[in-house]
Design a protein around this ligand. Structure first.
Ligand SMILES: Cc1cc2nc3c(=O)[nH]c(=O)nc-3n(C[C@H](O)[C@H](O)[C@H](O)COP(=O)(O)O)c2cc1C
Length: 261
């Protein structure tokens, strides 16, 4: 425990305040730290019997606007043309930008987005509503195989919108990213401090999606307002070892000029 906080009255503080204090690094804490390599959690998630596996096309990642332009024009976009589908090739680009593997050293699969300790606790799930070549439903992205596992058939856009505190953009979005964290992957090394890192990791991933969306003309909007357990139930995770942490809707923007609130 941080010396400054020892014996202080936590009663007046909220769980977030206590978490911030209790997860501070100190030289003493770091001296006690060691890693149990024999219990390192698996770095990848694979479903035993998905409905099917869909290999993703090679992402087309040449051309397009430059980085400075997309940084300058990126906005959260919430109003979508609900009828126009997204090509599977375009989804491939978004998934690559989100968590694509860019180098392999030993058993570490380095990605487009950084991750604390190279542990990659964040998993990407998708609610697909209107993507050419994919049935509507819930999918899981596997960066190591660059494919999708089809988990659940049906249009869950309304259900997911309700789970996102009724945010209608999810109903019109062509797809919605649902990021979960497999907390054990990061807790193995960082203990409770892992909670800081999984959220930071997710922020990097989401920004990559924002920039890639902007580059291909799609609108992205981050979603932090959600009923955790409803989303967990929808995608089939237990909410304890793996839990939703963040989402983002993606669609063809109706309004690319001004603020789209
Ligand atoms: C952690 C986080 C959570 C957010 N959650 C929501 C959300 O639930 N709904 C929403 O419409 N926008 C959400 N946003 C988008 C912000 O409202 C938006 O980024 C902010 O208004 C700044 O606008 P800009 O992204 O266009 O620059 C979220 C953004 C972040 C970073």
């Amino acid at each position: 425990m941080n010396r400054k906080w020892k014996n202080s009255n936590y009663g007046a503080l909220g769980v977030g305040d206590i978490f911030q204090q209790e997860t501070k690094y100190t030289p003493e804490k770091l001296r006690e730290h060691s890693l149990d390599w024999s219990h390192r959690p698996p770095p990848f998630k694979n479903h035993e019997s998905p409905i099917s596996k869909i290999a993703l096309p090679e992402p087309e990642i040449t051309g397009g606007p430059n980085l400075w332009t997309v940084l300058n024009t990126r906005r959260s976009r919430r109003t979508y043309d609900a009828q126009r589908p997204i090509r599977l090739e375009t989804l491939s680009v978004l998934l690559w930008a989100n968590q694509g593997v860019t180098a392999i050293y030993g058993d570490t699969y380095f990605r487009t987005a950084p991750s604390a300790g190279g542990l990659y606790p964040v998993e990407t799930h998708l609610n697909i509503r209107l993507v050419e070549g994919l049935e509507p439903g819930i999918y899981h992205f596997r960066p190591q195989a660059f494919d999708l596992e089809f988990l659940k058939k049906g249009d869950y856009s309304r259900e997911l919108a309700e789970a996102a505190l009724g945010q209608l953009m999810v109903m019109n979005a062509q797809l919605t990213f649902i990021w979960t964290a497999i907390l054990g992957r990061s807790k193995w090394k960082y203990g409770q401090r892992a909670y800081r890192y999984v959220y930071l990791d997710a922020g990097h991933i989401a920004q990559n999606l924002y920039l890639a969306g902007e580059a291909v003309g799609l609108g992205v909007c981050a979603i932090g307002a959600l009923f955790d357990e409803e989303v967990n139930r929808l995608i089939g995770v237990d909410g304890i070892s793996e839990t939703v942490i963040y989402m983002a809707s993606v669609g063809w923007p109706k309004n690319r000029t001004g603020l789209d609130l």
